[in-house]
Design a protein around this ligand. Structure first.
Ligand SMILES: Nc1ncnc2c1ncn2[C@@H]1O[C@H](COP(=O)(O)OP(=O)(O)OP(=O)(O)O)[C@@H](O)[C@H]1O
Ligand SMILES: [Mg+2]
Length: 416
């Protein structure tokens, strides 16, 4: 029992605590199962990220302090004692690779069992990976039995040879050790991890979207992460090292203002599409000595090229995984960097796909409501920690109906 003022700390049978280590903010979410039926939010805590770059703690002392601040704030907000939490992994150290694994079931045919499937996946996991990397996520995408491909779930199908095609995400052991070291020094234990963008997808995308084909683009502070789903399975993921912070820098340069002024202007009047501005702008003013008259057109003239470039770089990074004709549900854009007006339109122009912005995690029915900000990743981490290791079955009808809808979460945690 900890001491948090006069009130005794609350006790719950099971606490779920997740921390989104973002490049701009560390966000901690405390939740508990509600009636065995879903998650209720008990509290949240945010601290400005420090000593943290590209998904790694580059300054242990300041990073640890910021992390401790985010978790302690959540502890007192939820009025609980936290011992450990799950965290998200992101950054340029992540790599992905397709791997095949084969398992000989027998000389004759018999029904494929869970053990056979696990054995085939184990073989796929034994692929050579980069030096000092560990496999952080194994996603079985497709199976074949006796040479017949395209099998979604081979369980109980008769056969003698099972093969799996798996999408593996690997990451640096050094980075992961550094994160767990910071968590440890902050006074907590690392209870598990999940790839950042996969957690966001768990909280934001529906099963139908993943089935019909969708790309999720999370525009954060210093990076933009993406993941593609087709036929209900992952088809690719990656990141580019640019995000909302670069938009702010451009604005500060252009308007010759400080970063914090530029940040405030962006949040209040951020517009990323010149065609949405109703004023005619002469961008020459950017190069003159005179006082600059900040207008929507001018803001858009500065922000549009940067965000357009980010979408182009994402497009390039997606490479062959990006097949527009197979992404019937288009693009879903999230992250703080997607909050400026015109973002979806600009994405549509660059990627040639229908696009929408989405910030609110689906499926939270009871408890406190989330504060303003980017909570999808933390909520996805909490869903995952609660038991959903396979995405997801948020029912389409419930996507925009938040609150009071019972039973959504049950399906979120449905296994295969
Ligand atoms: N209302 C808003 N309007 C415009 N931009 C915003 C708004 N709120 C936040 N941002 C921008 O979002 C960016 C941070 O995004 P986000 O909080 O998703 O990143 P993060 O999760 O900390 O980092 P990452 O996902 O890159 O690890 C900042 O550049 C910030 O300026
Ligand atoms: Mg983020």
């Amino acid at each position: 029992m900890g001491e948090h003022g006069m009130e005794p700390t609350m006790e719950y049978d099971q606490l779920i605590v997740a921390c989104d280590l973002g490049t701009t903010e560390f966000r901690t979410l405390v939740a508990a199962p509600s009636n065995g039926d879903g998650l209720q939010i008990l509290g949240t805590g945010v601290a400005e990220a420090a000593g943290f770059r590209d998904g790694d703690f580059v300054d242990v002392a300041s990073g640890t302090r910021a992390l401790a601040r985010a978790v302690r704030t959540a502890e007192s907000d939820a009025n609980v004692d936290i011992s450990g939490f799950c965290y998200g992994i992101s950054g340029s150290h992540l790599r992905s690779v397709w791997a095949r694994g084969q398992f000989q079931i027998g000389p004759g045919r018999r029904a494929v069992t869970d053990t056979d499937i696990a054995a085939a996946i184990e073989r796929a996991n034994s692929i050579a990976i980069p030096f000092d990397h560990a496999i952080l996520a194994t996603n079985p995408v497709e199976y074949s039995v006796d040479g017949i491909g395209g099998i979604v779930d081979p369980l109980d199908r008769p056969g003698s040879m099972l093969e799996v095609n798996a999408y593996l995400i690997t990451g640096s052991r050094s980075v992961q050790n550094s994160i767990e070291n910071a968590i440890d020094r902050a006074g907590y234990h690392a209870a598990g991890w999940r790839i950042d963008v996969l957690a966001s997808a768990l909280a934001l995308l529906t099963a139908e979207e993943q089935q019909q084909g969708v790309v999720l683009i999370d525009i954060g502070g210093h990076m933009t992460q993406w993941v593609i789903f087709r036929s209900g399975r992952i088809a690719g993921s990656g990141m580019v090292p640019w995000g909302g912070a670069h938009m702010t820098s451009d604005l500060a340069h252009g308007l010759r203002s400080g970063q914090s002024t530029a940040e405030a202007i962006k949040r209040k009047d951020g517009l990323v599409l010149r065609s949405l501005a109703h004023d005619e702008v002469d961008t020459d003013v950017l190069f003159e000595e005179d006082e600059i008259d900040v207008s929507p057109g001018l803001i858009a003239a500065i922000l549009e090229p940067r965000l357009e470039e980010i979408f182009r770089l994402v497009n390039k990074d997606m490479g062959a995984a990006f097949e527009p004709s197979l992404l019937l549900r288009g693009a879903v854009i999230t992250g703080g960097g997607a909050r400026c007006e015109g973002t979806a339109d600009l994405c549509e122009e660059v990627l040639g796909l229908p696009a929408e912005v989405r910030f609110d995690p689906a499926g939270l029915t009871v408890g406190k409501s989330l504060p303003e900000g980017q909570w999808a990743t933390a909520v996805g981490l909490a869903y995952w920690a609660y038991g959903a290791d396979e995405p997801i079955a948020i029912e389409e009808d419930n996507l925009r109906e938040r609150g009071g809808v019972k039973g959504i979460i049950k399906s979120i945690f449905k296994r295969r």
